[in-house]
Design a protein around this ligand. Structure first.
Ligand SMILES: [Zn+2]
Ligand SMILES: [Zn+2]
Length: 142
């Protein structure tokens, strides 16, 4: 596929393929992402749902945003627990893919795509944002 990319979970039970490049990439420092990834921030690539084919069955966990109360369905491999990404009520026609799950995540970089650093108000003090990056205290205005 032109501009297609493949990825999957650690154990291989869940695989996916995209039919396009991401629309944008969010580097999210919110506390929800810190907990769901067990890390300091998440790197989330946004796609239209129609551009993603998932092979294998994911498990879902529904959270509600503390701020808006809207749902976010986290998807993960039921066998190895890898976070594949999530869908969310604010943009139900789209899907976020956790960028570290691509077979080669190196093509996702700020030189190629629209990177936005969000929820910096809850960033860890050592998390640095590159100079000149689009940075937001919370979500960016839509
Ligand atoms: Zn797995
Ligand atoms: Zn987040």
């Amino acid at each position: 596929m032109a501009n297609g990319h493949e990825g999957g979970c650690l154990c291989g039970a869940v695989r996916y393929e995209t039919g396009s490049d991401p629309l944008r990439v969010s580097v999210c420092h919110c506390t929800w992402c810190q907990r769901r990834t067990g890390s300091a921030f998440a790197v989330e690539a946004l796609f239209e749902k129609s551009q993603i084919v998932i092979v294998g069955t994911t498990s879902k966990f529904r959270s509600n945003s503390d701020e808006s109360g809207r749902w976010i369905d986290l998807e993960f491999c039921p066998k190895c627990g890898t976070n594949i990404g999530f869908t969310f009520e604010r943009l139900p026609s789209h899907r976020m893919i956790d960028s570290g799950t691509f077979d080669d995540p190196s093509w996702i970089n700020p030189d190629r795509f629209d990177f936005r650093y969000v929820y910096l108000r809850s960033a860890q003090c050592w998390s640095e944002v590159p100079p000149g990056a689009k940075a937001f205290e919370a979500f960016f205005p839509t």
